[in-house]
Design a protein around this ligand. Structure first.
Ligand code: ZN
Length: 211
């Protein structure tokens, strides 16, 4: 019989977070979002956070590679001995605690990196703005309870950009500040690095990331 820690990741349900993170990261890899072991995904499931480990090939992960944290106490309920916890963990936690997110996706998308460089070159370094493009019509106008439909074609989507740090976990304070300063945003870009995107559940976070 499996131990309590093992039973947290053993499920035949493809929608179980430990299985879903693996499936999602396989698909994200084909977009170039989680290549070279970069990027990651975390899902909040009841009182638990499921988090992909650090420094592994994200497209080859197994459910048993997942870290599981108790949301309230921030203690690990399951910590694979041969793997390192994700340096993204405090950043994912910011989306869960400050935005009541159900899923947070971090990618090293080349498109995201390039847009942060374009904004810097254009002299508007701290925000990416775009309008009159079909894809923004899938982005909610306002966050959570304040949501009033989706953006329209002629609306302007704004995503804050923060500066990268030498170590991923050191992004925590500026990411939290950006989340506080931009109450409507579902994403924060990190210059020369990638993007964090969250949503109330996996479907919303994934869809917004694609948008
Ligand atoms: Zn990263």
């Amino acid at each position: 019989m499996a131990s309590d820690a093992e039973s947290l990741v053993l499920s035949h349900d493809p929608q179980h977070p430990a299985n879903l993170i693996c499936t999602l990261c396989q698909k994200f890899y084909t977009h170039g979002w989680v290549t070279g072991t970069g990027g990651g995904t975390s899902i909040r499931h009841d009182s638990h956070l499921y988090i992909a480990p650090s420094g592994v090939q994200k497209e080859l992960m197994q459910p048993t590679d997942m870290f599981v944290m108790d949301y309230a106490s921030k203690t690990y309920l399951r910590r694979p001995a041969n793997l390192k916890p994700s340096a993204c963990t405090p950043l994912f936690y910011a989306a869960f605690s400050l935005r009541n997110a159900g899923c947070c996706i971090h990618t090293h998308s080349i498109s995201a990196v390039l847009v942060t460089l374009l904004c810097e070159a254009s002299g508007q370094a701290d925000v990416f703005e775009i309008e009159q493009i079909e894809q923004i019509k899938g982005v909610p106008r306002g966050y959570g309870e304040t949501r009033k439909g989706n953006l329209g074609y002629y609306d302007r989507l704004r995503i804050p950009i923060i500066e990268n740090t030498a170590h991923e976990e050191d992004l925590k304070d500026t990411l939290e500040a950006a989340i506080e300063a931009w109450p409507d945003t579902y994403a924060v870009l990190v210059r020369r690095h990638g993007i964090y995107v969250w949503g109330k559940d996996v479907a919303q976070a994934k869809t917004l990331c694609e948008r």
